[in-house]
Design a protein around this ligand. Structure first.
Ligand SMILES: [Cu+2]
Length: 288
């Protein structure tokens, strides 16, 4: 639209100035909107795609960056895994490889149709054919060795020991402390049970679908028989030691140890009952 022909030169100039201001304002808003949009997180993200390596600024960082000059595959390319003075590579943070295992467990991860007891089937995951996976038990001071084999979980798997301080290479964080264990591969976890208590383990690769879908189990670390803690437990005998892993499977199926609804634990009057309650969901839960 043009300014009215009868308008004076001055008002014509004001008319153009107003429109120019409006156009520049729109351009500025568009630029800000584009910058905002370009800065948001990507629509998809894979933990396998490690992006640009950040070597920090500590001693040897520049040499390390030079050795691992390529981004994104540090630790996966044996030729690039060259030790640098003053630095320790995560895969080297392990327990003594020569120490024999006290507890040895094999876990086989599969993608399959799962029907929890009393529930509805869904496309989920199992460890050794069931979910939850087997309960792993060890005594304080024992070396726990778990071989995790991925039979056919397409996205790959890992095992993370929830709440347990393990050597960093054993922490099971795909893309950070190890690569995901892809179908046909295996990874051996070894750690010493230095903490006593009730823990659990779960997949830490594509964690949301995998943990919800069944890749988890419980880990019970008991006091070593000769310790004060063991004496305290012995002095207060526990007649029943029950594990209650609470988990919500797809479709909102609330379970205890993989079974829908109420679970009952028998005990005689006067018995001391220990219930190891584990919430394996990522939301708070009520228990009574
Ligand atoms: Cu966890």
């Amino acid at each position: 639209m043009l300014p009215p022909r009868t308008a004076s030169a001055k008002s014509r100039w004001a008319w153009f100035a107003r429109r120019l201001g409006a156009v520049l304002g729109l351009v500025a808003i568009g630029l800000v909107a584009w910058l905002w949009w370009a800065s948001v997180l990507p629509g998809s993200y894979s933990a396998l795609d490690m992006g640009v390596a950040d070597f920090g600024g500590g001693p040897g960082a520049e040499a390390h960056a030079a050795v691992h000059g390529h981004a994104g595959t540090a630790g996966t390319d044996p030729a690039a895994n060259v030790p640098v003075a003053g630095q320790t590579s995560v895969p080297d943070l392990t327990v003594d490889p020569d120490r024999p295992a006290d507890v040895h467990v094999e876990l086989i991860a599969r993608a399959e149709r799962v029907t929890p007891a009393g529930g509805e089937p869904f496309d989920g995951f199992t460890l050794n054919g069931s979910t939850p996976g087997p309960t792993i038990r060890a005594n304080g001071g024992q070396l726990v060795e778990v071989v995790l084999r991925n039979e056919d979980v397409p996205a790959g798997v890992t095992a993370h020991w929830h709440g347990v301080d393990v050597p960093n290479a054993m922490d099971g964080v795909a893309g950070v402390t190890q690569d995901a264990v892809m179908p046909g591969q295996s990874f051996t976890y070894r750690f010493v049970a230095d903490q006593i208590g009730t823990f659990w383990y779960h997949a830490h690769q594509a964690s949301h679908p995998q943990v919800v879908g069944g890749l988890f189990g419980t880990l019970i670390l008991d006091p070593a028989p000769e310790t004060d803690a063991a004496t305290a437990v012995a002095g207060n005998p526990t007649a029943v030691d029950a594990v209650a892993a609470i988990h919500t499977y797809p479709g909102g199926q609330r379970t205890i140890n993989g079974v829908l609804g109420e679970s009952h634990q028998e005990a005689a009057p006067g018995d001391v009952v220990r219930v190891r309650l584990i919430n394996t969901d990522s939301t708070p839960t009520s228990a009574w």
